[in-house]
Design a protein around this ligand. Structure first.
Ligand SMILES: [Fe+2]
Length: 291
């Protein structure tokens, strides 16, 4: 779920496709797994088969390990079954939601180790692209990483940071952290660059593009640089930020005092995503130098 690409979007749910009428105060709904039809399970199987083959040698080992443990190739997963696996591994739980939810509730869920997962699956004509995240994006893209203990702790800390960012009028800055890591993050590995961001691993086109296309910048992980950098919501990214390890997320962000950074930069226009700043190095060659 990437709530931040439409800030304030769920203040009016009338233009969102999910059914919000039965949502609780925290915007959760029942998944109602029994209501999915065979055509939807079959569509999930095709999406899963295509994307799991594509990420097999493109995704970070932590993502692939999590995907294997979730064992969800046969059809739209039952969140209750996934919760048994997640609960044992990292204490996270999935909650079903109708779609985008307001930032306040989104952050509150993450801070309590609850991940909101959209309950509906994309339509047949949307296999390659859809505007709002669906259950395939939210589950296939996000849930495997929640089984990694380090990433799991980072996600909770991210949620806990939301209240202050909202209070200080700096939600855009915090949202860029999520965008450039949770959604579109890359990481180095002994085998070269790998993807782990949910927006990449759930997209056939962007999985190839993020790793192999010469056009986008690939920059080292630097929290303030990320918080100041704009992003593309309607096309592949112009910049990707590359972690050396997932511990970098914890070391670089948990304990970082965001307040002074918000005060210093919240009123400054974002840096363009496609421009290298003075002194920066495009890491693109790091992966190409490897056989
Ligand atoms: Fe997402």
């Amino acid at each position: 779920m990437f709530v931040m690409d439409r800030p304030g979007s769920a203040n009016s749910s009338s233009d969102l496709r999910g059914d919000y009428s039965a949502a609780a105060a925290d915007f959760t709904v029942a998944q109602d797994w029994a209501s999915y039809g065979e055509a939807e399970h079959e569509r999930w199987r095709r999406l899963y088969a295509r994307q799991s083959a594509l990420v097999a040698d493109a995704a970070a080992p932590q993502f692939l390990a999590g995907l294997t443990r979730l064992d969800c190739s046969a059809g739209i997963p039952d969140f209750a079954e996934a919760n048994a696996v997640l609960g044992t591994a990292t204490g996270w739980q999935l909650v079903a939601v109708p779609g985008f939810i307001p930032e306040e509730q989104f952050f509150a869920h993450l801070a309590a180790r609850r991940f909101p997962v959209t309950r509906w699956l994309r339509a047949e004509h949307e296999l390659d692209y859809l505007v709002e995240p669906d259950v395939f994006h939210d589950f296939f893209g996000h849930v495997p990483m929640l089984l990694d203990p380090v990433f799991a702790d980072f996600m909770q800390a991210y949620g806990a940071a939301g209240e202050r960012a909202m209070a200080m009028g700096a939600l855009d800055m915090l949202a860029r952290i999520y965008w450039y890591t949770v959604e579109f993050g890359l990481i180095t590995s002994p085998d070269g660059l790998k993807v782990f961001g949910a927006g990449i691993v759930s997209s056939a086109g962007e999985t190839r593009y993020a790793l192999h296309d010469p056009a986008p910048l690939r920059l080292g992980f630097e929290p303030l640089r990320i918080m100041r950098t704009g992003y593309n919501i309607d096309r592949f990214q112009s910049s990707y930020f590359v972690l050396d390890s997932f511990e970098q997320l914890v070391d670089g962000l948990i304990g970082l005092d965001f307040g002074p950074l918000y005060l210093a930069w919240r009123d400054t226009p974002a840096l363009p995503a496609d421009q290298l700043q003075a002194g920066e190095i495009n890491l693109r060659n790091r992966s190409e130098a490897r056989p």
